[in-house]
Ligand binder design. Structure first.
Ligand SMILES: [Cu+2]
Length: 185
């Protein structure tokens, strides 16, 4: 029989190993997407509307499910869904569109939480149903009478073709449909 001390020692070591993996995941996310900047702010209703003028416009597919960008710097304005479809995103008026971006592109996302009673975020990662190893905004509070909570995220997508997801990691939200695909080509 191993001594109690030895068992505790093994337990501690495996615990440290898990903690170490957690730290590594934070320092170098497994997403392959690099975040070069995030900034949270509040926007007046007018400022949120004006932000749309800063967006890069992609080519909308006939089925309205895909936005294809050819630019090396892509600026998207993403909002949480309308009141009757809260667990979704709207980008360029499309619901959860697949974003096709060139390999190595810089993706600048402004996420605006337009919901009046729920927090949301916009994260990027390889698995949309797992909050692990994702990068993006923190949870943004719901809107108030005067302002929206918003966050800018600047990402560098990988230089090779790959598939990623954007999603909300508030429990139940991605599972409820709050996610979309980023296709790097
Ligand atoms: Cu959400």
């Amino acid at each position: 029989m191993p001594s109690a001390n030895k068992i505790i020692g093994i337990f501690l070591l495996s615990g440290l190993g898990l903690a170490g993996m957690g730290l590594m995941a934070q320092a170098a996310p497994l997403t392959g997407i690099t975040v070069t900047g995030t900034q949270s702010r509040t926007l007046s209703v007018a400022a949120a509307a004006a932000a749309d003028k800063t967006a890069t416009h992609g080519v909308v597919s006939p089925d309205k499910k895909t936005l294809t960008f050819s630019q090396k710097t892509v600026r998207i304005i993403a909002r949480s869904g309308p009141a009757n479809d809260m667990l979704s995103y709207r980008i360029d008026g499309l619901k959860n569109p697949t974003l096709v971006v060139p390999a190595g592109a810089t993706l600048k996302a402004l996420f605006i939480n337009t919901d009046d009673d729920m927090a949301h975020n916009m994260r990027f990662g390889t698995q949309h149903l797992s909050a692990a190893a994702s990068v993006g905004t923190s949870d943004l509070p719901h809107k108030t009478r005067a302002v929206f909570h918003a966050a800018d995220v600047t990402l560098r997508v990988p230089a090779r073709p790959s598939t990623y997801y954007y999603f909300c990691t508030v429990p139940g939200h991605a599972q409820g449909g709050m996610w979309g695909t980023v296709s790097v080509r």
